[in-house]
Design a protein around this ligand. Structure first.
Ligand code: MG
Length: 257
């Protein structure tokens, strides 16, 4: 199943089921863990509604340098344990949004990432039990302000500015993710990143074990699993697409004030 959160024309936030990946209709359905209001018998065209982020994270835990080719392009060694940083809730942006990025920067980069959405409160989860806490998967753009990231250790300006985490449009339940699903980014239709999630250095179960050894994850929290090679700068007016095979395509535009 693929779930979508949306706001209808009357302002109601609803949780529904997406009938196809690039689907025509959003069919309201039982709320499920991420539907906030739900349902009724109505059907909607996506054009009639505002697509919201598919979950409401209390935090997004991001993984740095989790593809060898991206580590190489940044001139860094592959880490011996997952490299973690956080994006707080102010970073969440939605499918279809015009995302405003910090002004006067040399480089605001896109980073296509597979995002794991957590389904239940959890702590100290073993890799072997990780499947049980995964609600599903979605697409994320780990927008990165390189100017400040380069010169600060905690990456607050670099990674945690408003709208730095476009995410969505769908929450796809785990059976939709193939082990070798392709991950791609496109800018104005040109393919810029193309890889497969089987190139992840640290697997999703390993990431969940490592993260929950240190912190409690809540329902709707997100783990963004890192980006492959090919990251690059964005300019005002660019349209970015992040596509993960079987999961969906996230699309947003960029505004530089
Ligand atoms: Mg990243």
């Amino acid at each position: 199943m693929k779930r979508v959160r949306f706001r209808d024309s009357a302002g109601n936030v609803r949780g529904g089921r997406w009938t196809t990946v690039d689907g025509e209709d959003v069919v309201t359905a039982a709320a499920g863990p991420y539907g906030r209001i739900a349902f009724g018998d109505e059907t909607y065209s996506p054009d009639e509604v505002d697509i919201l982020a598919p979950c409401e994270p209390t935090k997004i835990v991001c993984i740095g340098l989790n593809y060898e080719d991206h580590a190489a392009e940044t001139g860094k060694d592959v880490p011996d344990r997952p490299m973690l940083f956080l994006k707080p809730p102010n970073t969440v942006a939605t499918h279809g949004q015009r995302v405003t990025v910090p002004a006067d920067k040399e480089r605001i980069d896109f980073e296509a990432e597979l995002a794991v959405v957590i389904g239940e409160q959890c702590r100290n989860v073993s890799a072997s039990g990780a499947e049980d806490v995964i609600a599903g998967y979605t697409c994320m753009n780990d927008l990165s302000n390189r100017d400040d990231q380069r010169v600060e250790q905690n990456w607050v300006r670099g990674k945690a500015f408003d709208d730095a985490a476009p995410i969505g449009p769908l929450l796809a339940t785990p059976e939709h993710l193939k082990d070798d699903a392709t991950i791609e980014s496109r800018v104005n239709g040109d393919t810029r990143q193309s890889s497969s999630i089987d190139n992840l250095i640290f697997s999703i179960p390993e990431l969940i074990e490592e993260i929950t050894a240190y912190m409690t994850l809540e329902p709707g929290d997100v783990i963004s699993t890192g980006t492959p090679a090919g990251v690059g700068p964005l300019e005002d007016g660019d349209e970015v697409e992040i596509e993960i095979e079987g999961i969906g395509t996230l699309r947003h535009t960029v505004h530089v004030p």
